[in-house]
Design a protein around this ligand. Structure first.
Ligand code: ATP
Length: 306
């Protein structure tokens, strides 16, 4: 079965700014696919080209087997979109907005079930101006579902939300996949990408610098687990640094953080040292390498951006 979304060698410049420089990726049917990258990487521009909001300079775009550049109207019937900020008139209510947006589509869902699904029954007839940030985002998602889309495109869906609203929205997005929708989202939230996405394309400077499942990206990056050690007193100077496989040692005195490629050998050597000096462990944990190390390794920091 062909991929549900195909982006081939996409390019787009704004005057002298080359925002997208040959981006390619595919999203399989029923997958949650994330574009992960720092500010200005070209994620929004890519999504805007894909949904027909911007004319690309070059490249191919396909959605549900349709050439999105040749048949933009047909493609719009198949996709649901929630952009970073959905501008709605202050006086319109969620129920009215859903009815209005639905009128643009051949196939549409009724406002009632959408309001219920996105937890907006209590606000169905409230003016949009009175909605909280989380409620607005939920309305944006409900609007994306008004045409029963095969593919849902979400640009930074949880940006600016508090942890509990973020958690709720992530459950909603996971639910979309469970219902068989294909989801393409952009984010610079590493936890979100790791928790939600089946596969990720890491984007930097308008290019894809790596693609894979979160697990594959972490494994490919060669990043090591991080050990955090808190003790009642510091170990004698230099002893931690000389343990097997220790690198990137940070921290002072009784609190230390470092990476190691040989966790078992390290712990085997550490415990007798502590025992000999009668030093107690207050906290010790080993955390696996995360997408954060991949992100930092593959993308430019703010100081390197133009
Ligand atoms: P963010 O995470 O900050 O939203 P992004 O990865 O979505 O960033 P884009 O918004 O696609 O990145 O921007 C890519 C580049 O294109 C940036 O350098 C940005 O300043 C530039 N850019 C985006 N929109 C325009 C525009 N309308 N006119 C001129 N330049 C633009």
């Amino acid at each position: 079965m062909p991929a549900h979304v195909i982006v081939r060698d996409l390019s787009k410049s704004y005057g002298p700014v080359a925002a997208v420089r040959g981006i390619s990726f595919t999203v399989e049917r029923g997958e949650i696919f994330g574009l992960l990258g720092p500010n200005g990487a070209g994620k929004t521009t890519t999504l805007e080209c894909l949904i027909g909001l911007r004319e690309p300079d070059g490249g191919g775009l396909e959605i549900c087997g349709l050439d999105a550049r040749r048949y933009p109207r047909e493609v719009k019937q198949k996709i649901g979109v929630a952009l970073q900020s959905t501008a709605l008139p202050d006086a319109i209510t969620p129920r009215e907005a859903l009815r209005l947006f639905g009128a643009f589509y051949r196939e549409r869902a009724e406002p009632g079930p959408l309001l219920e699904r996105f937890g907006l029954q209590g606000k169905a007839d409230a003016r949009c101006a009175t909605l909280s940030g989380g409620e607005r985002q939920r309305l944006a998602l409900a609007l994306a579902f008004v045409n029963r889309p095969a593919v849902v495109v979400l640009d930074e869906p949880t940006a600016g939300l508090d942890p509990s609203s973020r958690h709720e929205l992530r459950s909603e997005i996971a639910g979309m996949k469970a219902e068989g929708h294909t989801v393409l989202l952009s984010t610079h939230d590493l936890d979100e990408a790791e928790e939600l996405c089946d596969r990720i394309a890491v984007v930097d400077r308008g290019m894809v610098v790596a693609t894979g499942t979160p697990h594959e990206l972490i494994a490919q990056s060669g990043a090591a687990p991080t050990v955090t050690l808190v003790t009642t007193r510091p170990l004698a100077s230099g002893q931690l640094a000389s343990l097997p496989g220790v690198h990137d040692l940070r921290g002072d005195g009784a609190v230390a953080r470092f990476q190691t490629t040989e966790t078992t050998a390290l712990l085997t050597a550490l415990l007798p040292l502590l025992a000999a000096q009668r030093i107690e462990i207050v906290d010790l944990h080993v955390s696996k390498a995360s997408l954060e190390s991949v992100f930092l390794k593959l993308t430019r920091g703010p100081e390197e951006r133009p």
